[in-house]
Design a protein around this ligand. Sequence first.
Ligand code: ADP
Ligand code: MG
Length: 327
Amino acid sequence: MGEFDLIARYFTRPVRRAALGVGDDCALLAPAPGMQLAVSCDMLVEGRHFFADVDPEALGHKALAVNLSDLAACGARPLAFTLALALPRADEPWLKAFAGGLLRLADAHDCELIGGDTTAGPLNICITVFGEVPAGGALLRSGARAGDDIYVSGTLGDARLALDALRSHPQAAALSPALLATARQRLERPTPRVALGLALRGVASSALDVSDGLLGDLGHILRASGVGARIELAWTTDLIAGYAVLTRASAEFDADYLEQCVLAGGDDYELAFTAPPSLRDAVAAAAQASGARVTRIGVIEATPGLRLVDARGLPVTRHYASFDHFA
Ligand code: ADP
Ligand code: MG
Protein backbone atom coordinates (compact mmCIF):
# COMPACT_ATOMS: atom_id res chain seq x y z
CA MET A 1 0.00 0.00 0.00
CA GLY A 2 1.42 3.37 -1.03
CA GLU A 3 1.35 6.66 0.86
CA PHE A 4 -1.66 8.04 -1.02
CA ASP A 5 -3.68 4.80 -0.76
CA LEU A 6 -2.96 4.83 2.96
CA ILE A 7 -4.19 8.42 3.35
CA ALA A 8 -7.26 7.73 1.20
CA ARG A 9 -8.17 4.53 3.02
CA TYR A 10 -7.64 5.50 6.64
CA PHE A 11 -7.61 9.26 6.93
CA THR A 12 -9.94 10.68 4.28
CA ARG A 13 -13.60 11.22 5.07
CA PRO A 14 -16.39 13.38 3.71
CA VAL A 15 -16.00 17.03 4.68
CA ARG A 16 -18.56 18.30 7.15
CA ARG A 17 -17.94 21.74 8.60
CA ALA A 18 -14.58 22.69 7.09
CA ALA A 19 -14.66 24.63 3.83
CA LEU A 20 -12.10 22.15 2.40
CA GLY A 21 -10.67 18.94 3.85
CA VAL A 22 -8.03 16.33 2.94
CA GLY A 23 -6.70 16.27 -0.63
CA ASP A 24 -5.49 19.74 -1.58
CA ASP A 25 -2.35 21.60 -0.55
CA CYS A 26 -4.20 23.33 2.29
CA ALA A 27 -7.42 22.71 4.13
CA LEU A 28 -9.74 25.69 4.60
CA LEU A 29 -11.50 26.60 7.83
CA ALA A 30 -14.07 29.37 8.12
CA PRO A 31 -14.32 30.59 11.71
CA ALA A 32 -17.75 31.98 12.61
CA PRO A 33 -18.01 35.80 12.90
CA GLY A 34 -16.95 37.05 16.34
CA MET A 35 -14.97 33.89 17.12
CA GLN A 36 -11.22 33.37 17.48
CA LEU A 37 -9.42 30.18 16.44
CA ALA A 38 -7.77 28.35 19.35
CA VAL A 39 -4.82 26.29 18.08
CA SER A 40 -2.75 23.70 19.92
CA CYS A 41 -0.23 21.04 18.94
CA ASP A 42 0.94 17.93 20.82
CA MET A 43 3.39 15.25 19.75
CA LEU A 44 3.52 11.64 20.96
CA VAL A 45 6.83 9.81 20.55
CA GLU A 46 7.33 6.06 20.95
CA GLY A 47 9.39 5.14 24.02
CA ARG A 48 8.79 8.58 25.49
CA HIS A 49 4.98 8.98 25.62
CA PHE A 50 3.89 5.40 24.98
CA PHE A 51 5.27 1.86 24.92
CA ALA A 52 6.02 0.23 21.55
CA ASP A 53 3.40 -2.47 22.18
CA VAL A 54 0.56 -0.11 23.19
CA ASP A 55 -2.88 -0.93 21.80
CA PRO A 56 -3.06 1.14 18.57
CA GLU A 57 -6.76 1.87 19.12
CA ALA A 58 -5.94 3.44 22.51
CA LEU A 59 -3.00 5.30 20.98
CA GLY A 60 -5.26 6.88 18.34
CA HIS A 61 -7.65 7.91 21.11
CA LYS A 62 -4.93 9.38 23.32
CA ALA A 63 -3.19 11.27 20.52
CA LEU A 64 -6.35 13.30 19.93
CA ALA A 65 -7.50 13.34 23.57
CA VAL A 66 -4.41 15.21 24.80
CA ASN A 67 -4.99 17.86 22.13
CA LEU A 68 -8.71 18.18 22.90
CA SER A 69 -7.70 18.61 26.54
CA ASP A 70 -5.78 21.76 25.59
CA LEU A 71 -8.87 23.15 23.85
CA ALA A 72 -10.93 22.28 26.94
CA ALA A 73 -8.50 24.21 29.13
CA CYS A 74 -9.07 27.32 26.99
CA GLY A 75 -12.85 26.92 26.90
CA ALA A 76 -12.69 26.31 23.14
CA ARG A 77 -15.11 24.20 21.11
CA PRO A 78 -13.32 21.64 18.89
CA LEU A 79 -13.61 22.19 15.13
CA ALA A 80 -10.90 20.30 13.26
CA PHE A 81 -7.43 18.77 13.44
CA THR A 82 -4.46 17.79 11.31
CA LEU A 83 -2.43 14.61 11.72
CA ALA A 84 1.30 14.33 11.01
CA LEU A 85 2.29 10.69 11.15
CA ALA A 86 5.68 8.98 10.87
CA LEU A 87 5.28 5.20 10.52
CA PRO A 88 7.96 2.50 10.38
CA ARG A 89 5.77 0.54 7.92
CA ALA A 90 2.24 0.51 6.46
CA ASP A 91 0.84 -2.12 8.82
CA GLU A 92 -2.86 -2.33 7.89
CA PRO A 93 -4.30 -3.93 11.06
CA TRP A 94 -2.36 -1.36 13.10
CA LEU A 95 -3.57 1.54 10.94
CA LYS A 96 -7.17 0.33 11.06
CA ALA A 97 -7.14 0.18 14.86
CA PHE A 98 -5.28 3.49 15.22
CA ALA A 99 -7.63 5.31 12.85
CA GLY A 100 -10.61 3.71 14.63
CA GLY A 101 -9.60 5.03 18.06
CA LEU A 102 -8.69 8.42 16.65
CA LEU A 103 -11.80 8.98 14.54
CA ARG A 104 -14.26 7.65 17.13
CA LEU A 105 -13.10 10.30 19.60
CA ALA A 106 -13.08 12.89 16.81
CA ASP A 107 -16.70 12.07 15.94
CA ALA A 108 -17.73 12.20 19.61
CA HIS A 109 -16.52 15.82 19.65
CA ASP A 110 -17.58 16.70 16.10
CA CYS A 111 -13.94 17.50 15.34
CA GLU A 112 -12.97 16.71 11.75
CA LEU A 113 -9.66 15.53 10.31
CA ILE A 114 -8.82 18.09 7.61
CA GLY A 115 -5.26 17.23 6.60
CA GLY A 116 -1.84 16.11 7.66
CA ASP A 117 1.41 14.61 6.50
CA THR A 118 2.50 10.99 6.25
CA THR A 119 6.08 9.80 6.13
CA ALA A 120 8.15 6.70 6.86
CA GLY A 121 10.20 6.85 10.04
CA PRO A 122 10.24 5.99 13.74
CA LEU A 123 6.65 6.02 15.06
CA ASN A 124 5.70 9.59 15.88
CA ILE A 125 2.26 11.19 15.99
CA CYS A 126 1.76 14.93 15.92
CA ILE A 127 -1.71 16.45 15.99
CA THR A 128 -2.63 20.10 15.64
CA VAL A 129 -6.14 20.88 16.79
CA PHE A 130 -8.29 23.91 15.96
CA GLY A 131 -11.16 25.11 18.09
CA GLU A 132 -13.24 28.25 18.38
CA VAL A 133 -13.87 30.56 21.27
CA PRO A 134 -15.70 33.91 21.45
CA ALA A 135 -13.19 36.70 20.76
CA GLY A 136 -11.64 37.73 24.08
CA GLY A 137 -13.39 34.88 25.91
CA ALA A 138 -10.67 32.20 26.04
CA LEU A 139 -9.75 30.87 29.49
CA LEU A 140 -6.10 31.75 30.08
CA ARG A 141 -3.44 30.92 32.67
CA SER A 142 -2.99 34.59 33.49
CA GLY A 143 -6.39 35.49 34.97
CA ALA A 144 -6.15 34.23 38.58
CA ARG A 145 -6.68 36.91 41.25
CA ALA A 146 -6.05 36.93 45.03
CA GLY A 147 -9.10 35.53 46.80
CA ASP A 148 -10.13 33.22 43.93
CA ASP A 149 -10.93 29.62 44.79
CA ILE A 150 -8.80 26.89 43.17
CA TYR A 151 -10.55 23.83 41.73
CA VAL A 152 -9.65 20.55 40.04
CA SER A 153 -12.00 18.38 37.98
CA GLY A 154 -12.39 14.62 38.31
CA THR A 155 -9.71 12.66 40.13
CA LEU A 156 -5.92 12.58 39.93
CA GLY A 157 -3.23 9.96 40.23
CA ASP A 158 -4.59 6.88 38.51
CA ALA A 159 -2.55 7.36 35.34
CA ARG A 160 0.65 7.60 37.36
CA LEU A 161 -0.26 4.51 39.36
CA ALA A 162 -0.83 2.55 36.15
CA LEU A 163 2.41 3.79 34.61
CA ASP A 164 4.39 2.81 37.71
CA ALA A 165 2.74 -0.63 37.80
CA LEU A 166 3.55 -1.22 34.11
CA ARG A 167 7.16 -0.22 34.82
CA SER A 168 7.28 -2.59 37.85
CA HIS A 169 7.80 0.26 40.28
CA PRO A 170 7.90 -1.47 43.72
CA GLN A 171 5.38 0.92 45.29
CA ALA A 172 2.79 0.16 42.62
CA ALA A 173 3.26 -3.59 42.91
CA ALA A 174 0.22 -3.92 45.22
CA LEU A 175 -2.08 -3.02 42.32
CA SER A 176 -4.20 -6.08 41.48
CA PRO A 177 -4.72 -6.98 37.81
CA ALA A 178 -8.35 -5.78 37.98
CA LEU A 179 -7.41 -2.40 39.46
CA LEU A 180 -4.51 -2.05 37.04
CA ALA A 181 -6.94 -2.55 34.17
CA THR A 182 -9.10 0.32 35.48
CA ALA A 183 -6.13 2.60 36.17
CA ARG A 184 -4.73 1.80 32.74
CA GLN A 185 -7.89 3.19 31.16
CA ARG A 186 -7.02 6.55 32.72
CA LEU A 187 -3.46 6.34 31.40
CA GLU A 188 -4.22 5.11 27.90
CA ARG A 189 -7.70 6.50 27.19
CA PRO A 190 -7.97 9.87 28.97
CA THR A 191 -11.26 11.77 28.79
CA PRO A 192 -10.75 15.37 27.67
CA ARG A 193 -12.94 17.73 29.76
CA VAL A 194 -14.31 19.60 26.77
CA ALA A 195 -17.86 20.07 28.11
CA LEU A 196 -16.54 21.40 31.41
CA GLY A 197 -14.22 23.86 29.65
CA LEU A 198 -17.14 25.19 27.62
CA ALA A 199 -19.33 25.48 30.74
CA LEU A 200 -16.58 27.43 32.52
CA ARG A 201 -16.53 30.22 29.89
CA GLY A 202 -17.32 33.43 31.72
CA VAL A 203 -16.99 31.65 35.09
CA ALA A 204 -13.35 30.58 35.53
CA SER A 205 -10.79 33.37 35.93
CA SER A 206 -7.94 31.07 34.78
CA ALA A 207 -7.54 27.45 33.70
CA LEU A 208 -5.14 24.84 32.37
CA ASP A 209 -5.16 21.10 31.89
CA VAL A 210 -3.18 18.95 34.31
CA SER A 211 -0.75 16.95 32.19
CA ASP A 212 2.56 17.14 34.04
CA GLY A 213 1.35 16.90 37.66
CA LEU A 214 -1.00 19.16 39.66
CA LEU A 215 1.49 21.18 41.71
CA GLY A 216 3.84 21.86 38.80
CA ASP A 217 0.99 22.81 36.48
CA LEU A 218 -0.61 25.06 39.11
CA GLY A 219 2.74 26.83 39.24
CA HIS A 220 2.17 27.90 35.61
CA ILE A 221 -1.08 29.65 36.59
CA LEU A 222 0.59 31.33 39.56
CA ARG A 223 3.52 32.64 37.52
CA ALA A 224 1.35 33.76 34.59
CA SER A 225 -1.06 35.52 36.96
CA GLY A 226 1.61 36.99 39.28
CA VAL A 227 -0.01 35.46 42.38
CA GLY A 228 0.55 32.68 44.94
CA ALA A 229 -1.66 29.98 46.40
CA ARG A 230 -2.50 28.07 49.54
CA ILE A 231 -3.43 24.44 48.93
CA GLU A 232 -5.29 22.53 51.65
CA LEU A 233 -3.87 19.01 51.57
CA ALA A 234 -6.90 17.77 53.51
CA TRP A 235 -9.08 18.89 50.58
CA THR A 236 -6.87 17.28 47.97
CA THR A 237 -7.65 13.87 49.49
CA ASP A 238 -11.12 14.36 47.94
CA LEU A 239 -9.44 14.12 44.54
CA ILE A 240 -8.98 10.40 45.12
CA ALA A 241 -12.23 9.73 46.99
CA GLY A 242 -14.62 9.47 44.08
CA TYR A 243 -12.70 7.31 41.71
CA ALA A 244 -12.41 3.60 42.04
CA VAL A 245 -8.77 2.75 41.75
CA LEU A 246 -6.89 4.78 44.32
CA THR A 247 -9.70 4.48 46.85
CA ARG A 248 -10.16 0.75 46.64
CA ALA A 249 -6.44 0.23 46.49
CA SER A 250 -5.53 2.65 49.24
CA ALA A 251 -5.31 0.14 52.08
CA GLU A 252 -2.39 -1.54 50.33
CA PHE A 253 -0.54 1.65 49.46
CA ASP A 254 1.83 3.88 51.29
CA ALA A 255 0.00 7.18 52.01
CA ASP A 256 2.98 9.30 50.92
CA TYR A 257 3.18 7.45 47.62
CA LEU A 258 -0.55 7.98 46.97
CA GLU A 259 -0.22 11.67 47.79
CA GLN A 260 2.60 11.93 45.30
CA CYS A 261 0.45 10.26 42.61
CA VAL A 262 -2.31 12.82 43.22
CA LEU A 263 -0.17 15.96 43.55
CA ALA A 264 2.53 15.24 41.02
CA GLY A 265 1.42 12.21 38.99
CA GLY A 266 0.95 13.59 35.50
CA ASP A 267 -1.06 12.36 32.48
CA ASP A 268 -4.35 13.12 34.27
CA TYR A 269 -5.87 15.49 31.69
CA GLU A 270 -8.19 17.02 34.25
CA LEU A 271 -8.75 20.78 34.43
CA ALA A 272 -7.32 22.98 37.18
CA PHE A 273 -8.98 26.38 37.33
CA THR A 274 -9.75 29.38 39.51
CA ALA A 275 -12.95 31.36 40.05
CA PRO A 276 -14.00 34.11 42.47
CA PRO A 277 -15.92 32.90 45.55
CA SER A 278 -18.96 34.89 44.34
CA LEU A 279 -19.24 32.38 41.48
CA ARG A 280 -19.28 29.16 43.56
CA ASP A 281 -22.85 28.41 42.46
CA ALA A 282 -21.89 28.98 38.82
CA VAL A 283 -18.94 26.58 39.18
CA ALA A 284 -21.26 23.97 40.70
CA ALA A 285 -23.73 24.50 37.85
CA ALA A 286 -20.94 24.11 35.26
CA ALA A 287 -19.82 20.87 36.90
CA GLN A 288 -23.39 19.59 37.00
CA ALA A 289 -24.09 20.52 33.38
CA SER A 290 -20.92 18.83 32.11
CA GLY A 291 -21.15 15.73 34.29
CA ALA A 292 -17.67 16.34 35.76
CA ARG A 293 -16.95 16.31 39.46
CA VAL A 294 -15.18 19.44 40.68
CA THR A 295 -13.27 19.77 43.98
CA ARG A 296 -12.16 23.00 45.66
CA ILE A 297 -8.58 22.53 46.89
CA GLY A 298 -7.34 25.95 47.95
CA VAL A 299 -7.26 29.66 47.43
CA ILE A 300 -5.22 32.18 45.44
CA GLU A 301 -3.18 34.62 47.54
CA ALA A 302 -1.38 37.84 46.63
CA THR A 303 2.00 36.61 47.93
CA PRO A 304 3.82 34.64 45.21
CA GLY A 305 4.66 30.96 45.85
CA LEU A 306 2.76 27.75 46.50
CA ARG A 307 2.06 27.00 50.18
CA LEU A 308 0.75 23.62 51.32
CA VAL A 309 -1.07 23.31 54.64
CA ASP A 310 -2.23 20.21 56.51
CA ALA A 311 -5.62 19.59 58.14
CA ARG A 312 -4.65 21.77 61.14
CA GLY A 313 -3.61 24.62 58.84
CA LEU A 314 0.11 24.06 59.54
CA PRO A 315 2.57 24.52 56.70
CA VAL A 316 4.04 21.35 55.15
CA THR A 317 6.86 20.99 52.66
CA ARG A 318 6.88 18.71 49.64
CA HIS A 319 9.52 18.40 46.95
CA TYR A 320 7.75 16.88 43.98
CA ALA A 321 9.36 17.62 40.66
CA SER A 322 7.00 18.31 37.79
CA PHE A 323 7.71 16.36 34.60
CA ASP A 324 10.31 18.03 32.37
CA HIS A 325 11.66 16.34 29.22
CA PHE A 326 15.06 17.94 29.58
CA ALA A 327 15.50 18.11 33.35
P1 ADP B 1 1.83 18.00 0.17
O1 ADP B 1 2.91 17.23 -0.51
O2 ADP B 1 1.21 19.06 -0.69
O3 ADP B 1 2.22 18.47 1.55
P2 ADP B 1 0.82 15.46 0.79
O4 ADP B 1 1.10 14.72 -0.44
O5 ADP B 1 1.72 15.31 1.96
O6 ADP B 1 0.62 16.99 0.41
O7 ADP B 1 -0.65 15.09 1.30
C1 ADP B 1 -1.74 15.00 0.38
C2 ADP B 1 -3.01 15.37 1.07
O8 ADP B 1 -3.26 14.39 2.11
C3 ADP B 1 -2.99 16.72 1.78
O9 ADP B 1 -4.28 17.29 1.67
C4 ADP B 1 -2.69 16.38 3.21
O10 ADP B 1 -3.23 17.34 4.09
C5 ADP B 1 -3.38 15.03 3.35
N1 ADP B 1 -2.74 14.13 4.32
C6 ADP B 1 -1.49 13.64 4.31
N2 ADP B 1 -1.27 12.82 5.36
C7 ADP B 1 -2.41 12.82 6.09
C8 ADP B 1 -2.84 12.19 7.28
N3 ADP B 1 -2.03 11.40 8.00
N4 ADP B 1 -4.09 12.44 7.71
C9 ADP B 1 -4.91 13.26 7.03
N5 ADP B 1 -4.59 13.86 5.90
C10 ADP B 1 -3.36 13.66 5.42
MG1 MG C 1 3.38 16.69 2.48
